[in-house]
Each structure stands twice: as structure tokens, then as C-alpha cells.
Design a protein around this ligand. Structure first.
Ligand SMILES: [Zn+2]
Length: 168
């Protein structure tokens, strides 16, 4: 049988929050803190580029919906989305609630980059990134509410959150 920890957790976990043909969402057995949720693909992928775009889009859609539920359910100060790829054969989105003084040590020290170095990296990336998606079908424009600056939750969004909470 599979020695994959993610598959084992997924199949034996009693803390499943959502599952469909493509993704699985559950509370990890080894949480970084209260309410730590994992969104993962059911299939294995050797590396990131082997996973189809639609699957990432779907996994992030689900992660976003779960995040909204988490933000309403656990009294957190914020939420980090940490993405793991390659290590365990599944792309994993970790939804990690953050609390004051949680000492999770996920800090880095952003500082102004060296302009010459930034330009060099841009040149290395842009030959590929500038033409990204040109030959692909882009999803239709985002729903109106995502264009707002998130100052308040619209009635529409609020309704969806309520609907989500009803899912057993
Ligand atoms: Zn697995």
C-alpha cells in the first residue's frame, strides 16, 4: 500500500471537511496551530508543472471558501496560506490561522531589493512569463464583488458564507 502520509491521512482522517473527485480538505494531524487546515489534490504529481491548471484553480477556489469559514469560526488575527509542492507528491495548500504571540516563526525580513539584481531576475523570467496564458482560455471576468476593496462584505458574499456553513 501507499506509504504516502498525505494519502494515509486523507483515507483515514476523521477530520475531513470537504472532498470531491479532485481535492481533499482536512484538519492536519500535525497542526502548526489551532484550526490548521490542508487543501490537497487527491492525485500525486511529481512536480508542480505536472498538475493541470484547472486543478490549481479549483484547489484555490476551495481554499478561499474554507478560509472564509475559518475566519468566521476561529477567533484568529490573520491567516497564512503556505503552499508546499514537490516534497510529498501532492501540491498542498496549508491554511494556517495566526494568533497574537503564536511564535510560529514564519517571519522573513523583507527589505528593498538591489535594483540591478531585480532587473536581472526580471529578464530571466519575463521571456516565459510575458506570453503566459496567451493561447489559453482565460476565465471570464471576476464577479463584481471581488473588484471591491474588501472594506465590507457585500450581501452576496455574506449569503455564500452562510450557504457554506450549512454544508455538513
Ligand atoms: Zn499520496
Amino acid at each position: 500500500m501507499s506509504k504516502c502520509d498525505i494519502c494515509r491521512m486523507r483515507k483515514t482522517c476523521e477530520l475531513i471537511l470537504f472532498e470531491d473527485d479532485d481535492v481533499s480538505v482536512f484538519l492536519t494531524e500535525t497542526p502548526a496551530g489551532l484550526g490548521h487546515v490542508i487543501v490537497t489534490t487527491k492525485k500525486h504529481f511529481e512536480n508542480l508543472e505536472k498538475a493541470p491548471d484547472y486543478l490549481f484553480a479549483w484547489a484555490f477556489t476551495i481554499a478561499n471558501k474554507v478560509s472564509k469559514v475559518m475566519l468566521e469560526s476561529v477567533n484568529m488575527q490573520g491567516l497564512n496560506l503556505l503552499i508546499e509542492v514537490g516534497k510529498v507528491g501532492h501540491p498542498i495548500i496549508n491554511l494556517v490561522p495566526r494568533f497574537e504571540n503564536d511564535n510560529l516563526g514564519m517571519k522573513w525580513d523583507p527589505k528593498p531589493g538591489d535594483q540591478e539584481e531585480l532587473k536581472t531576475v526580471q529578464l530571466m523570467y519575463e521571456s516565459e512569463t510575458k506570453s503566459m496564458g496567451v493561447s489559453e482560455d482565460k476565465p471570464k471576468s471576476a464577479p463584481q464583488e471581488t473588484k471591491s476593496d474588501d472594506k465590507e462584505i457585500s450581501d452576496k458574499e455574506d449569503y455564500r458564507i452562510k450557504q457554506l456553513l450549512r454544508i455538513p
